[in-house]
Design a binder for this molecule. Structure first.
Ligand SMILES: *[C@@H]1O[C@H](CO)[C@@H](O)[C@H](O)[C@H]1NC(C)=O
Ligand SMILES: *[C@@H]1O[C@H](CO)[C@@H](O)[C@H](O)[C@H]1NC(C)=O
Ligand SMILES: *[C@@H]1O[C@H](CO)[C@@H](O)[C@H](O)[C@H]1NC(C)=O
Ligand SMILES: *[C@@H]1O[C@H](CO)[C@@H](O)[C@H](O)[C@H]1NC(C)=O
Ligand SMILES: *[C@@H]1O[C@H](CO)[C@@H](O)[C@H](O)[C@H]1NC(C)=O
Ligand SMILES: *[C@@H]1O[C@H](CO)[C@@H](O)[C@H](O)[C@H]1NC(C)=O
Ligand SMILES: *[C@@H]1O[C@H](CO)[C@@H](O)[C@H](O)[C@H]1NC(C)=O
Length: 592
């Protein structure tokens, strides 16, 4: 479908009915990036890496009660402790290495009040019940067929006027690659989940709009957008095909998918679904929600508990996924030497309390375009930086605070400015682990800060007071309360070992009527016809978001138009006030 003009968009908004009301929930950063998927692989390591957003009650095995144990979320509404996840994006280098692609913020989750006059309870739209979960898309797919499920997954090449595609676009995207999943909104009204995590749900006739099959009832529609910093790799394309792939080894993109585990206060979500029907999408206009700050949301992370590298340059994809581009359905991945056991939390610090008398005080900030957080001395070591090296360096120069940043940088001082200190004192609700997650250049098992984020260590007082690392308030959301059994709603045909089979997926999707493909939708259709009045707002909101989400993540606010990485390197020399934070600073080819 051709992208509508701004005038068309404005007209579509103006004329839209409440059927196209929506609100956008910002998730400011990933909660954790690891091979976890408590829906498809409960209690086990997932086959591939996911970027997981939402409440810190997340665990490898979790239920609604786990979500409600959360003390923070990486999304900003306090009444929502849901989890939202998608596969992580990687770059495949010409020499065979894989490099993680930076995620621009976390995700934007659209909640859309879409219904249809043929709905069983029209115009009623229901909030997700407690214990509800679902999956959209199929990681095994490597080819396109014209199903509602596949049409619900789209790639928007930001900064171009090209149509959205169902797989990776084979062109560079100047403003990043936004990958989008529209979830099914028709519910069988009974089951919170199903064996394939899909068949309790169905797509409406138009995939993102239209009538539900049979007597299915309407739930609020959700739509995920995640933006990847693919321009960091613009200088590193080679051959005839685009160089990106999903964590599952999928270079086609057809295996993209999304998972949702409901963690809402259901009555709050219902009130919002019923009454927050402004057409602006601005979630702050909804009076039922309370918000945490962006900083608190960004600081809400949990440490991974699988002992493998997921960021930076790697010889294999995590989990040793091999590149499989089909067109046949993907085979199960080989496991090579990838971990098969969930381990203890991989704490984001090295314990130097007894060896060096230094304690980890947390992940602080070092915003671009402002004076450094630690102003003593600085050492860079592109290949040999470790926490021990930095602490020794600072001690040798007579300093009592050491900070590591961006994998290879070490800073020293004798105090930490309060406004750059780790979050807990400022935001009691958030877990304060922070987003320091970059492997050290000299030891990929150690963490050396992030982009504009600094891993801080401080000399212990020694006057008889204990030398202790900061206590990280980690919630382990592993299912322990078993409260879903109280629910009157059943889990349809659920067995914990059930994996979706391709035949189940086919039958689940083939029962719904078929969406016209993007190509077959007449480009000239009036935005005011019934069909396009429903579809256009989605395109419109997505398109409009191109500007807003990128700005809010701080990229195009940058005055000198540099890539995030180069901006970072030069931030002492610019007066850029790009919003700090939120940008996961993974090592990229640009910085390598
Ligand atoms: C492969 O190429 C990437 C990107 O240029 C580079 O970062 C990486 O170090 C290379 N790996 C090896 C093993 O040479
Ligand atoms: C919908 O219909 C099917 C069979 O036609 C029935 O089993 C199911 O209970 C119905 N669901 C609802 C929500 O009425
Ligand atoms: C959900 O929110 C409502 C309205 O704020 C509140 O009264 C209720 O206690 C909350 N429910 C739970 C389970 O927290
Ligand atoms: C939503 O609006 C309706 C109609 O104005 C009102 O009756 C209802 O109480 C509202 N719901 C909530 C949760 O305030
Ligand atoms: C709609 O937006 C206005 C502000 O633009 C706000 O005052 C009002 O509360 C909003 N109403 C709803 C139902 O969201
Ligand atoms: C979380 O709790 C479960 C159940 O108590 C335990 O088996 C698991 O090891 C814990 N996970 C971590 C990472 O500590
Ligand atoms: C980099 O760090 C390593 C130790 O990890 C050290 O041996 C080496 O001398 C350092 N290089 C520079 C240039 O400081």
């Amino acid at each position: 479908m051709r992208q509508p003009t701004i005038t068309q968009l404005i007209m579509a908004f103006t004329l839209a009915t409440t059927a196209s009301a929506f609100f956008r929930l910002p998730c400011k950063s990933p909660l954790v990036v690891e091979r976890a998927d408590p829906v498809i692989s409960p209690g086990k390591i997932s086959g591939h890496v996911h970027s997981i957003m939402g409440g810190n009650g997340f665990g490898f095995e979790m239920d609604y009660a786990s979500t409600q144990l959360s003390t923070c979320s990486s999304c900003t509404v306090t009444q929502d402790m849901s989890n939202y996840w998608v596969p992580t994006l990687y770059y495949k280098a010409e020499n065979g290495s894989f490099i993680s692609v930076g995620q621009n913020g976390g995700a934007t989750i659209y909640y859309l009040q879409r219904s249809d006059p043929t709905d069983a309870n029209y115009p009623h739209i229901e909030a997700f019940p407690e214990g509800f979960r679902m999956v959209a898309g199929d990681p095994m797919l490597r080819s396109y067929s014209d199903t509602n499920e596949q049409n619900a997954i789209t790639f928007a090449c930001l900064g171009t006027n090209t149509p959205e595609t169902n797989g990776f676009p084979n062109i560079k995207c100047p403003d990043g690659l936004r990958v989008q999943v529209f979830f099914p909104s028709c519910w069988n009204g009974v089951d919170l989940d199903s064996a394939n995590h899909k068949s309790h749900m169905a797509y409406p006739s138009g995939s993102d709009h239209g009538s539900c099959p049979g007597n299915f009832t309407r739930l609020v529609s959700i739509f995920y957008e995640v933006i990847w910093n693919t321009p960091d790799f613009d200088g590193l394309w080679y051959g005839d095909s685009q160089p990106f792939l999903l964590s599952s080894g999928d270079q086609t993109g057809y295996g993209y998918h999304g998972d949702f585990v409901n963690g809402w206060n259901v009555s709050t979500l219902q009130a919002a679904v019923d009454n927050c029907t402004n057409l602006s999408g601005v979630i702050e206009e909804c009076p039922y929600f309370d918000f945490i700050t962006d900083t608190a949301a960004q600081a809400c992370v949990i440490p991974p508990s699988i002992n493998e590298q997921v960021f930076g340059v790697m010889p294999n994809l995590p989990g040793c996924n091999v590149v499989q581009n089909g067109p046949a359905i993907s085979e199960a991945q080989s496991k090579c030497e990838a971990p098969t056991q969930i381990g203890p939390f991989q704490l984001p610090y090295v314990d130097l309390t007894s060896s060096k008398g230094f304690a980890y005080v947390g992940c602080g900030s070092d915003p671009g375009g402002q004076p450094r957080t630690l102003l003593g001395v600085q050492a860079n070591n592109a290949t040999g930086m470790t926490v021990e090296y930095c602490v020794d360096y600072c001690v040798s120069r007579g300093f009592s605070v050491a900070g590591l940043e961006f994998s290879s940088q070490c800073f020293c001082d004798n105090s930490i400015p309060a406004d750059r200190a780790p979050i807990p004192s400022l935001e009691p609700m958030c877990s304060a682990v922070g987003n320091c997650a970059m492997p050290c250049s000299g030891d990929s098992k150690e963490v050396c800060g992030g982009a504009s984020l600094i891993s801080l260590y401080q000399k212990c007082k020694g006057n008889g007071s204990p030398c202790e690392n900061i206590h990280l308030p980690i919630i382990n959301g592993s299912m322990s309360t078993g409260s879903t059994s109280k629910s009157p709603v059943h889990l349809q045909g659920l067995s914990s070992s059930a994996e979706p089979s391709s035949s189940a997926l086919t039958s689940a999707t083939s029962s719904s009527s078929v969406l016209p493909t993007e190509e077959s939708t007449p480009a000239t259709s009036s935005p005011f016809s019934t069909t396009s009045a429903e579809t256009t707002p989605l395109v419109a909101t997505s398109t409009l978001l191109t500007t807003t989400s990128i700005s809010s993540a701080g990229y195009d606010v940058d005055t000198n138009g540099q890539s995030p990485s180069s901006t970072y390197h030069n931030h002492h020399h610019t007066h850029s006030h790009r919003a700090r934070v939120g940008i996961q600073g993974y090592p990229t080819a640009v910085t390598a």
